[in-house]
Ligand binder design. Sequence first.
Ligand SMILES: Cc1ncc(C[n+]2csc(CCOP(=O)(O)OP(=O)(O)O)c2C)c(N)n1
Ligand SMILES: CC(=O)[C@@H](O)[C@H](O)COP(=O)(O)O
Ligand SMILES: [Mg+2]
Length: 639
Amino acid sequence: MSERAGRLGGLLESVKGPRDLKELGAEELPRLAAEIRDLLVSATARTGGHLGPNLGVVELTIALHRVFDSPRDRILWDTGHQAYVHKMLTGRADRFGTLRQEGGLSGYPSQAESEHDVIENSHASTALSYADGLAKAYKLRGESDRTVVAVIGDGALTGGMAWEALNNIAAHRDLPLIIVVNDNGRSYSPTIGGLANHLASLRTNQRYEDVLEFVKDNLNKVPVVGAPVYDALHGMKKGIKDVLAPQAMFEDLGLKYIGLVDGHDTQAVEAALRKARGFRRPVIVHVLTKKGFGYSPAENHGEDCFHSPGAFDPLTGEEKPKPHGWTNVFSQEMVRLGAERQDIVAITAAMLGPTGLIPFSEAYPDRLYDVGIAEQHALTSAAGLAMGGLHPVVAVYATFLNRAFDQLLMDVALHRLPVTVVLDRAGVTGDDGASHNGMWDLSILQVVPGLAVAVPRDEPRLRELLAEAVAVDDGPTVVRYPKGPVGPEIEAVGKLGEMDVLRTGEPDVLVVSVGPMAEMCLEAAALLDAQGISATVVDPRWVKPLDEALVAAARVHKLVVVVEDNGRVGGVGDAVARMLRDADVDVPVRTYGIPQRFLDHAKRAKILADIGLTAQDIAREITEAVARRSPVLENHPAR
Ligand SMILES: Cc1ncc(C[n+]2csc(CCOP(=O)(O)OP(=O)(O)O)c2C)c(N)n1
Ligand SMILES: CC(=O)[C@@H](O)[C@H](O)COP(=O)(O)O
Ligand SMILES: [Mg+2]
């Protein structure tokens, strides 16, 4: 893995930390910004990553680290996907070739990488709450000279937690806390909702644009004096904006407001930040930026301004074609189901493209709701839609369901409502690190009464199980599948109750394979043959509630093995073990899954290998267990 993503520009190479940055002259900053953009494009072209968001915060980040004194002052990044420039300016530019690679730089802030990094969680709308807590702590510890700065995007600002934090921050007028609203008008797609409309009105207040155009047209005609005067006015444009585009919403909250500031004018941003710092109280600095700024393939990328492209050609911006994935299957099936069932509606939490709902939204524009980055609202709004006689399908990434657990439990399941939750990126995702692995859902969903969970093993089963899920009208259903390409189709060779039998054998080992683990489990079973151990492999399809036929099958086997792409604690394996215990079936049960710890970023396949979720590892473990008939297998990492 080459540490460098190509040769660093001279200025960027000279910046080993914020102190060096502060020593640069203002006239050097445009070149520094250009060198940063070059590195952003060259690095993400090779590794993939959040190019669009980071291109939009180059000048903002330069200004932040020139005005504030990190790490004494704390600079927090909401979601953290836009912290690449922050990493470059805090001494990691020379490692940017390792971005999102195993052992290399994380795609998000990482305390292990730098004292300048704070929030690692990659989950949106949390930075203001951290800032609230940090500022209160510094005040209580007598460290009020430390300024806390939180950078939050317009998308993250649509998350409810951000408003809970604003409500609290506004109540403490003596906290030296600066909220930088990085307003580029987009999450992936244009940000939605009343807040977004208000921000848009601030951005594009026509009176402001008309005045500026008039000034530009008339002043530039005046020889010698005209142009400099226009430049001065242009430099003051935030002042004009203040007058013409009131910012009542924020000020009504009791927060001071500075804006609108041109986020690509480093000096204007520095001036605004210095002014904000001087207030020594909560202040909002509303900065206008452009996602993808300075790289036309990103600026002109219609769907999401290169929010998180895979590897691409830096000259053309052309991405490498992505293989046919689970998301594509869901996307197609939703359009088909939408034609069959007029009551089916879909909800996305600001991830229309990533969850595959664009075709559904184009086919049925009135039946798609984008609620912003608001998963809790998504679930309870779905409850309302269901109470109103519809069948909502809520599509979210598995890891983001966590924050909407109570809404699923108490707003949907308690009322036994026909809501289907589709969890994309379930299981190990890899590149985005610990906070993105979908390793929690099969555990937390076990405790929801009346909720059914389906885990398809391949494309036909995803189509079948999604259709079965939306046909359930007396309670919630969940369908979950991983990131990336769909594996080979695996036909059943028989049935065991409602479960698919994928392989029959002598009653040595009963392997319960959860969803996409089927391919690997069949390979393991073939390896076991060579050891004279015969394995039957079954795919439950619905893992909650479990099929009672498992009990009778387990009773006649020497060992039951459960393999799942979920955390082991409280997952399907534990549910099978509990079911057999309750039925007094005294057969040893071995559960294999993701070890219950936060996993560092790496490719999905590499992580699965590292944690022992491979055919060779599972076959070896089973061989040893059968040989020893030992009830305890301590050494397997997946245990
Ligand atoms: C709770 C949660 N839901 C969804 C996401 C996926 N996500 C990552 S970045 C992003 C858009 C963020 O938009 P914004 O805050 O405006 O930042 P920008 O990318 O525009 O800089 C989304 C939806 C997430 N990280 N966290
Ligand atoms: C930051 C964020 O939450 C997403 O942008 C995340 O990077 C998802 O990536 P994939 O869509 O590539 O899984
Ligand atoms: Mg945005």
